[in-house]
Design a protein. Structure first.
Length: 257
């Protein structure tokens, strides 16, 4: 249905800001340049907590470069990788959409995903095992429910409307977009940010997915560049890649660019 066919009293949600992080780097320009000048980014996942300690089993995929410094240092120091990546993509989308000009109480946030920081959980549990458990940081309680990401974004970007997460497995991002568009259409907010947060699995989740047959095997461990082959007879499962994206959805009043 074309724009002219939409009744005048129906709000039309439009995307006015985009932020992205991929193996090519941070920002839309990095993604665009990477797509038109592709290079092989696949390799062994090397972040702490991604290698099975007992067997040394490894997994193939793509890991992001270190996020740009968007958060204040005192905040970034106690924020996990997923949170720092989320802040980076949100910053790009926020600036492009010009959200500083909006009333903070009319800005909402929906984060797509659940159990987003499993590797951080594993590392925290290892670091505070035994007698050190008494010194477990309180922020771990928020991290366990993914609510720390909402709090981080709301405090760093003056989001004063609603903020919550939605989970739908691999469809979490699409589900978040639908919820955000409906919130804007219903007039609950003037703009709603959708965050497809970076999933940060540990070797436990990666091994479980491999056991399920969903994650690729170690067939191409010696040649990681050949592992991602979704339309090939030799395919044997998904290959994990770190990424994140943010969309700003606004109500089109006829003057939205």
């Amino acid at each position: 249905m074309g724009r002219d066919a939409i009744p005048p009293d129906v709000a039309v949600p439009v995307v006015t800001g985009i932020g992205v992080a991929t193996g090519f780097g941070y920002g839309k320009d990095a993604l665009r340049d990477g797509l038109f000048a592709p290079s092989n980014l696949f390799g062994t996942l090397e972040r702490p907590g991604r290698r099975v300690p007992e067997t040394g089993e490894t997994f193939i995929g793509i890991e992001l470069p270190e996020p740009p410094e968007v958060l204040p240092r005192r905040v970034a120091r106690t924020t996990g990788l997923t949170g720092r990546v989320v802040a980076a993509v949100l910053d790009e989308a926020w600036r492009e959409a010009g959200l500083d000009a909006l009333d903070p109480e009319r800005i909402g946030l929906i984060i797509g995903g659940s159990n987003l920081q499993a590797r951080e959980h594993l590392l925290t549990q290892q670091a505070y095992a035994g007698e050190r458990m008494a010194y477990l940081p309180p922020r771990y309680g928020h991290m366990a429910f993914d609510t720390d990401l909402c709090g981080l974004c709301a405090s760093a970007f003056t989001i004063r409307g609603f903020a919550h997460t939605v989970g739908g497995a691999s469809a979490s991002g699409a589900l978040a977009v639908l919820h955000a568009a409906e919130a804007v259409r219903a007039g609950r907010v003037d703009a709603c940010i959708v965050l497809g947060a970076m999933q940060d699995p540990s070797y436990v989740e990666l091994r479980a997915l491999r056991t399920l047959g969903a994650m690729g095997s170690d067939r191409y461990a010696a040649e990681p560049g050949r592992a991602c082959r979704p339309f090939d007879r030799g395919r044997d499962g998904f290959v994990f890649g770190e990424s994140a994206a943010a969309l700003v959805i606004r109500r089109d009043d006829g003057g939205t660019p």
